[in-house]
Each structure stands twice: as structure tokens, then as C-alpha cells.
Design a protein around this ligand. Structure first.
Ligand SMILES: [Fe+2]
Ligand SMILES: [Fe+2]
Length: 235
């Protein structure tokens, strides 16, 4: 078993002596992820708020589904079953909240394709050995949760009060999800997970900072063909 303490101490996020304010969580996430969300993506999101909410709803649904997939594949791992069951319930609650917000705003929930982000991370996952596949799945889960949390925190002050407050309300649970995934990865891995975490973080940074064709919650930055005006609110 390897120790999660080596990985930028995500435990600090929920430690009682620390302040769980958005700024504190953001600093913790910035210390874990290899790059912040680019300002160009934030501008793109502000100009695509209906799409932002539709894809956010999809992300919550996929997060629940991914957790349940792990529960089906790894029935002998009791801690994983417990954490993933809690996580799936929370993600479905978030899903209901996003769908409610979309209804309030008259946004029609339509089917849209996924971004390249998850597939880009999945391409690097090992599949030959069951325990290695589990380790990589859990590390990717941690990074996706961390990036989602970071984006909620960065977007919140730029949005209208109702949506901004909702995004702040998601921060604590999403930060806990990131920590739970990373802790489970260390717990169930026979190898030290540090190098795998760094590998996936490097892949993730490339996906976040490179040009993407379509706007999605986890997309990269818009290319030159996309016209985006800069926002005026502080990041
Ligand atoms: Fe969520
Ligand atoms: Fe989550």
C-alpha cells in the first residue's frame, strides 16, 4: 500500500483545523493540479452558460455512473463500495439541482456529445492488470473531481448570485470526492501512486491548456476561430 500523504496532502482539505472557504480550497487545488483554468476558458463559459449547465448536468450524471461502475467491478473492496455509494448519491443530488436550475432558466436539456477530456485521460489508463486498472481509474476520478471543483470555485464569483451560490455550495463535496478517490487509489494500489498521479496530471494539463473545438465543462481553450470577449469580473 502506498501513502496518499505524499500527494500534495489532499487530507488537508477536510482537516478540521483548516478553513474550508472557497479561497482556501482553491489554493489546495492549485497546489495539486499542474495549471489553473485559463482565463480564456472562463470567458468562453460565461458566453455559453446554457451549454455550461447542460454539460454540468451530464458531468454529474457521468460521475454517479462511473462510481457505480467501480462498485460493480470491485465488489470485494468494502471501503470503495462505501465511498463510491456515498459519492454516487451526492452526484445524483447535484444532477437534480442542476436540472432544477436549468428548468428555472428555461434551458432545454438536450443531448450533447462528450468533450475530449475524459477520453484523453482514459487513453492513458492501463487495462491489462485488474489492480493497475483500478489504480488508474481512481487517480483519473480524483483529477476530474479536482478540476471540476477548481472550475466551480473560479466560476462562482463571475456568475449571477443564484448560480454563483450554487457553485460555492458544491465545493466541499467535490473537494471531498477528490480526496476520497486519491485515498482509495493509494489504499488499493500495490505500488506507490505518486508517479502515476504525476503522469495523469501532466496529461490533464495538456488537455486543459490546448485548443479545443467545442465548449464543454472540461474543455481546453477556444481556438482563434471562436470569438470570446473578455469578462470584466475579477477571477
Ligand atoms: Fe458533483
Ligand atoms: Fe464529485
Amino acid at each position: 500500500m502506498s501513502s496518499p500523504e505524499r500527494i500534495n496532502s489532499p487530507e488537508r482539505i477536510n482537516s478540521p483545523e483548516r478553513n474550508n472557504s472557497p479561497d482556501t480550497l482553491l489554493r489546495e487545488l492549485d497546489a495539486f493540479l499542474l495549471c489553473p483554468t485559463p482565463a480564456a476558458w472562463l470567458d468562453w463559459a460565461l458566453q455559453n452558460q446554457a451549454l455550461l449547465l447542460i454539460d454540468h448536468a451530464n458531468c454529474e450524471k457521468k460521475a454517479a455512473s462511473n462510481a457505480m461502475g467501480l462498485m460493480y467491478r470491485h465488489v470485494a473492496h468494502t471501503d470503495l463500495l462505501t465511498k463510491m455509494s456515498q459519492l454516487a448519491r451526492e452526484e445524483l443530488l447535484h444532477f437534480e439541482q442542476v436540472v432544477g436550475l436549468m428548468a428555472e432558466r428555461g434551458i432545454t436539456y438536450q443531448r450533447i456529445g462528450p468533450s475530449r477530456y475524459a477520453a484523453g485521460l482514459r487513453d492513458h489508463m492501463r487495462t491489462d492488470k485488474r489492480e493497475q486498472a483500478l489504480t488508474d481509474s481512481l487517480i483519473v476520478g480524483a483529477i476530474v473531481e479536482a478540476r471540476s471543483c477548481e472550475r466551480f470555485a473560479r466560476l462562482a464569483p463571475l456568475l449571477d448570485a443564484r448560480l454563483g451560490k450554487f457553485y460555492v455550495s458544491l465545493l466541499r463535496s467535490e473537494a471531498r470526492h477528490y480526496k476520497d478517490y486519491l485515498t482509495l487509489a493509494a489504499q488499493y494500489s500495490d505500488e506507490d501512486i505518486h508517479s502515476r498521479v504525476q503522469h495523469f496530471l501532466t496529461v490533464e494539463k495538456q488537455l486543459i491548456e490546448s485548443v479545443d473545438d467545442e465548449f464543454r465543462f472540461h474543455s481546453g481553450v477556444p481556438g482563434p476561430a471562436v470569438r470570446v470577449s473578455p469578462h470584466t469580473a475579477p477571477v
